[in-house]
Design a protein around this ligand. Structure first.
Ligand code: FAD
Ligand code: 2HG
Ligand code: ZN
Length: 468
């Protein structure tokens, strides 16, 4: 390994081959997975990534690509063998090109998501991918996980926003798919293989991203509702009244609001009293603010009249709108403060959400007295974060021991609803058991063949995604 490190230093310079003080790269955001990397390599451009990949292949050193390290499944965390390197993409942070007439932006993989949003806004365009970690996650990581977030209802997942890609393959060749084309039926769409591949097929070094007209009118509201059934009926009503202008619909259970208040007591109350469920809604368009507000308010009046909602607060300033979003986006951090929670990032058909919740919550209570389901998320996409926090009196360590049993309760139910056991976070190393239990053997077999074809030596993020 000394020879490997010497050559890596020759390629990148001493300052960018780190072998000490690696804690920040060795553990995931949740602190659930902790590895022991041989080194952290910090290339500056695609050429350096390609040279490093060739060096790793020659020395049979496996590579764990890492972006902002905000992933929820331990995908960017190395194992504890001390033989894997973390390849950190943070120095690949150039915006290569903005094409306003084509509505595209070409950016290096290490660009921070929020920077891309800001650059797009500076050109009076919208890059709609939006998630709580946007201040630190990178577009390469977003693409590698096919991230979802809070605007999927209107704009789709990351997959829908990527028009072209540049990828360093496991043998060090650079696959240039950096095309800004909306139509291109010239064989298999290779981009799609790498989107959501979690670093197991190659290293994404740049992407062509779709831009949209920037909305100038924006309405954000928080409504109280009595049940998930009313919530999904409200979703249908709002969509029928606002159409494509309706961009976000996030369900928040009372346990989430209480937890955010407990750990972030400065969080304002937007609604009087306590409610079992709240819904954060957003609409935006390029027209007049007043017209959008009028349409939004009229829909809400119908919802109040028909009893779908009990109360509603419409943000009256950008500041207040940001505050309402902060209540929602702070839930994961509040859960971190609260100690271990067993996470589920599930999807079922939107119409199945109420029955799913009604079925699973009693199953959890029957299994564990005082268990605290912390349910929230992208209800408009059928995607819920169905996290299970420990009952009072349980230690974090004891609760972690229950992970398999709780996963079985929640994820067996997901399977009964023909749902997904990982809707937006991916698999990483967290979902190994679920992959083996719920993914059809033939689907796994086809995935294995693709992996074998592209990465026969299994150098790219081994131990993630492909199991069994
Ligand atoms: P990392 O965590 O660094 O890596 C994730 C995976 O991608 C790993 O397998 C890694 O090996 C691989 N990878 C990273 N960069 C590259 C690259 N350039 N080439 C190849 N492989 C690469 N996710 C959602 O989908 N929706 C949400 O709403 C959401 N909200 C979040 C809120 C919070 C507070 C936090 C902490 C996380 C949230 N996430 C969410 C999860 C996470 O932010 C996303 O998965 C994000 O896309 C990860 O980006 P990253 O740059 O941090 O990737
Ligand atoms: C979100 O939607 C993220 O806030 C994180 O996907 C979900 O913490 C979680 O479980
Ligand atoms: Zn989410």
């Amino acid at each position: 390994m000394t020879d490997f490190l010497t050559r890596a230093r020759a390629l990148l310079g001493d300052a960018h081959v780190l072998t000490e003080g690696l804690d920040a790269w060795a553990a995931d955001w949740r602190g659930k997975f902790i590895g022991a990397p041989l080194a952290v390599l910090r290339p500056a451009d695609t050429g350096e990534v390609a040279a490093l990949v060739r060096l790793c292949a020659a020395h049979r050193v496996s590579i764990v690509p890492q972006g902002g390290n905000t992933g929820m499944c331990g995908g960017a965390t190395p194992d504890d063998s001390g033989r894997q390197v973390v390849l950190s993409l943070g120095r690949l942070n150039r915006i290569r090109h903005v094409d306003l007439l084509n509505n595209t932006m070409t950016a290096d993989a290490g660009c921070i998501l929020q920077t891309l949003q800001d650059v797009a806004a500076g050109h009076d365009r919208l890059f709609p991918l939006s998630l709580g970690a946007q201040g630190s996650c990178q577009i390469g990581g977003n693409i590698a996980t096919n991230a979802g977030g809070v605007q999927v209802l209107r704009y789709g997942n990351t997959r829908d926003l990527v028009m072209g890609l540049e990828v360093v393959l496991p043998d060090g060749q650079v696959l240039d798919l950096l095309r800004g084309l909306r139509k291109d039926n010239t064989g298999y769409d290779l981009r799609q293989l790498f989107i959501g591949s979690e670093g197991t097929l190659g290293i994404i070094t740049a992407a062509v991203l779709k831009l949209f007209p920037r909305p100038h009118a924006n309405v954000v509201a928080l409504a109280a509702t009595t049940s998930p059934q009313h919530a999904i009926e409200l979703l249908a009503l709002m969509r029928s009244r606002l159409g494509d202008r309706f961009t976000a619909f996030e369900l928040i259970s009372d346990a989430c609001v209480a937890m955010v208040r407990q750990y972030f007591p400065q969080t304002p109350s937007f609604l009087a009293g306590e409610h079992p469920w709240s819904v954060l809604m957003q609409a935006s368009d390029g027209g007049e603010q007043q017209a959008l507000e009028a349409a939004f308010q009229s829909a809400l009046e119908s919802a109040l009249e028909t009893g779908l909602i009990e109360d509603v607060a419409i943000a009256t300033s950008e500041n207040q709108a940001a505050g309402v979003w902060a209540l929602r986006e702070t839930i994961p951090e509040a859960q971190q403060h609260d100690g271990a929670n067993i996470k589920h990032d599930i999807a079922v058909p939107v119409s199945g959400i109420p029955a799913f919740i009604d079925e699973v919550v009693p199953l959890l209570h029957a299994a564990y007295d005082g268990v605290r389901p912390v349910i929230f998320g992208h209800c408009g996409d059928g995607n819920l974060h169905f996290n299970v926090s420990r009952p009072p009196g349980w230690s974090t360590a004891d609760w972690q021991e229950e992970t398999d049993r709780i996963n079985d309760i929640v994820l067996d139910a997901v399977a009964r609803y023909q749902g997904s056991f990982s809707a937006e976070h991916g698999l990483g190393q967290l979902r190994r058991n679920a992959m083996l239990r719920y993914k059809a053997p033939l689907e796994r077999e086809v995935m294995r063949k693709i992996k074998q074809a592209l990465d026969p030596e299994s150098l790219m993020n081994p131990g993630k995604v492909i199991y069994g």
